[in-house]
Design a protein around this ligand. Structure first.
Ligand SMILES: *[C@@H]1O[C@H](CO)[C@@H](O)[C@H](O)[C@H]1NC(C)=O
Ligand SMILES: *[C@@H]1O[C@H](CO)[C@@H](O)[C@H](O)[C@H]1NC(C)=O
Ligand SMILES: *[C@@H]1O[C@H](CO)[C@@H](O)[C@H](O)[C@H]1NC(C)=O
Length: 387
């Protein structure tokens, strides 16, 4: 009961700048949507997915995978028109924003459709220049036929999701340490936050506040998106939003220490370290749990349709609002190489065929990293969502 909370508790769980007015600092929308991003031109070398991320700016034959449609929506999709023979990978898209955003930012992500289907693993997330030293925020993420979005933070050791926070989602693991855990996860409880349900409800909106006082993620299905968002133009007032789906207050995680300025990322991979784990994939999608690469051979190869017909983002806009314009930066120096430490682990059975279009790397796992231990937790979460 809210009334049972002391004022002190209440104050400690409210975002410090909850009443602040934010100013529009960047908009990704319409025909200019893709100009604010760089395309990855590489196979998935961070989560071991069975995709080749392609760059339509280098080869226009890929422009059917990332384009702005006649309604002005940004479409980002998996190739569903190519017959992919074993052991090749399937083409997909990963984009990273040119801009980085410091604490004091609120991002709004408005989509009509999220990718889903067997093997499909999409995400809208953020990461610092150095991973995991500067943190990762997973705002929208799910796999296969999951129906509920899962949010998470990934950091170095020492950051956790505080207990007793005023959030509407269900907490999973609370340790945000990326090198031995799945990150600190919160599962969305509002209906239609992922998969077919999200699309049939007309999509929805996520808002993420990245603040020194904490990191907070809200979700609204289309019919309940607040007027403060639908009418926001140059400024945004977040004071009436109520409790977020996921709350990571600074009492559990010193945001200033564990998070640097964040770059936005949108990607769709296939199988890999989460969607492709046999104990997670098979209960949702079938196949033989003991077959090598069961997700890959069951879902990825051969014809792309109909399995990947729903594997696309349809995005109305992404906007960044800041306490002031200096939240935006474009790092000029520094290494883009992640600084991951510790042993690599890979859930058994999710390895990628080592020949073909691109070979799997042994220098794998950097950002977005899941350990064997993490996969166990994720397996449980995956099973829970099917119950
Ligand atoms: C691929 O998927 C799109 C929707 O994302 C669909 O319109 C199209 O018909 C599919 N292509 C084929 C060859 O089936
Ligand atoms: C902008 O906001 C940040 C974060 O609150 C603050 O540290 C900085 O001093 C502000 N800059 C200006 C120019 O107001
Ligand atoms: C993945 O590939 C990209 C592009 O070649 C490269 O910049 C990056 O360092 C690679 N990451 C890992 C973890 O190998």
């Amino acid at each position: 009961m809210k009334s049972a909370l002391s004022i002190a508790t209440l104050l400690s769980i409210l975002p410090a700048s909850f009443a602040a007015n934010f100013t529009l600092v960047q908009s990704y929308q319409g025909s200019e949507f893709f100009s604010g991003w760089d395309f990855t031109n590489n196979f998935d070398n961070t989560t071991n997915g069975d995709v080749e991320f392609v760059d339509p700016t280098l080869n226009s034959s890929y422009s059917n995978l990332a384009f702005v449609d006649s309604s002005g929506h940004a479409i980002i999709k998996v190739d569903n028109t190519t017959f992919v023979p074993y052991p090749d990978k399937r083409d997909s898209i990963k984009i990273t924003s040119k801009q980085f955003y410091g604490p004091g930012t609120v991002w709004i992500f408005d989509a009509n459709h999220m990718p889903y289907g067997c093997a499909v693993w999409p995400s809208f997330w953020t990461k610092g220049l150095n991973w995991p030293a500067q943190g990762e925020i997973d705002i929208v993420e799910g796999i296969n036929l999951m129906q509920n979005n899962q949010m998470a933070l990934h950091t170095f050791s020492g950051c956790s999701a505080a207990s007793g926070t005023d959030q509407t989602g269900t907490a999973g693991t609370t340790n945000c340490n990326s090198t031995g855990d799945a990150g600190c996860t919160v599962s969305e409880n509002a209906p239609n936050s992922f998969g077919a349900g999200f699309a049939s409800a007309g999509g929805g909106v996520w808002a993420t506040q990245f603040d020194v006082s904490g990191i907070y993620i809200w979700f609204w299905t289309r019919a309940t998106v607040p007027a403060s968002i639908t009418t926001a133009t140059d400024s945004l007032d977040i004071s009436s939003w109520g409790p977020p789906s996921a709350a990571y207050p600074a009492s559990g995680c010193d945001i200033s220490s564990f998070f640097g300025a964040q770059q936005l990322v949108i990607d769709i991979t296939l199988c890999g370290d989460w969607a492709g784990v046999p104990s997670i994939y098979v209960p949702q999608c079938g196949g033989n749990v003991s077959q090598a690469n069961t997700c890959y051979v069951t879902s990825v190869i051969n014809a792309g349709s109909p399995n990947f017909d729903q594997a696309y983002f349809d995005i109305n806009y992404i906007k960044a609002f800041g306490v002031n314009s200096s939240v935006v930066s474009t790092p000029s120096g520094g290494s883009l190489m992640p600084t991951a430490t510790g042993a690599n682990g890979q859930p058994s059975g999710s390895s990628t065929p080592s020949s073909g279009k691109s070979s799997a790397t042994t220098d794998r796992k950097a950002e977005h990293w899941y350990s064997i231990a993490g996969a166990g937790v994720l397996a449980l979460l995956g099973l829970m969502t099917t119950l």
